[in-house]
Design a protein around this ligand. Sequence first.
Ligand SMILES: Cc1cc2nc3c(=O)[nH]c(=O)nc-3n(C[C@H](O)[C@H](O)[C@H](O)COP(=O)(O)OP(=O)(O)OC[C@H]3O[C@@H](n4cnc5c(N)ncnc54)[C@H](O)[C@@H]3O)c2cc1C
Length: 76
Amino acid sequence: MLEALDKVAPGIYSKHTLLYGVEVKFYSMRLKLTNNLETQIKNLFAAGDGAGVTRGLAQASVSGVIIAREIINRMR
Ligand SMILES: Cc1cc2nc3c(=O)[nH]c(=O)nc-3n(C[C@H](O)[C@H](O)[C@H](O)COP(=O)(O)OP(=O)(O)OC[C@H]3O[C@@H](n4cnc5c(N)ncnc54)[C@H](O)[C@@H]3O)c2cc1C
């Protein structure tokens, strides 16, 4: 692809070329959540992409940690 692109934009096919791409994501679902990621149903939490609160591995993982900490606090 870079070879073909080089014909349109000469010089792009070089070992110094860095490629940047735009990633567009659409999320239709977003639950109403508290800061602790609790839903409007008491003691029901939602984490990760399914809840519409994250868009990546690290964020999804952290959302689970937030919920786990809150559950531990409530059990004390
Ligand atoms: C092609 C692609 C590339 C990506 N690349 C990156 C990347 O480079 N870096 C990055 O940070 N993020 C990337 N992401 C995003 C990342 O994968 C997600 O943000 C992350 O996996 C969300 O984690 P999650 O636990 O919320 O959901 P998921 O990882 O989707 O986990 C949900 C789990 O629930 C299970 N499940 C669904 N329905 C049910 C059901 N009814 N009963 C039981 N289990 C069910 C699914 O099988 C799945 O295992 C990428 C995503 C895609 C699709």
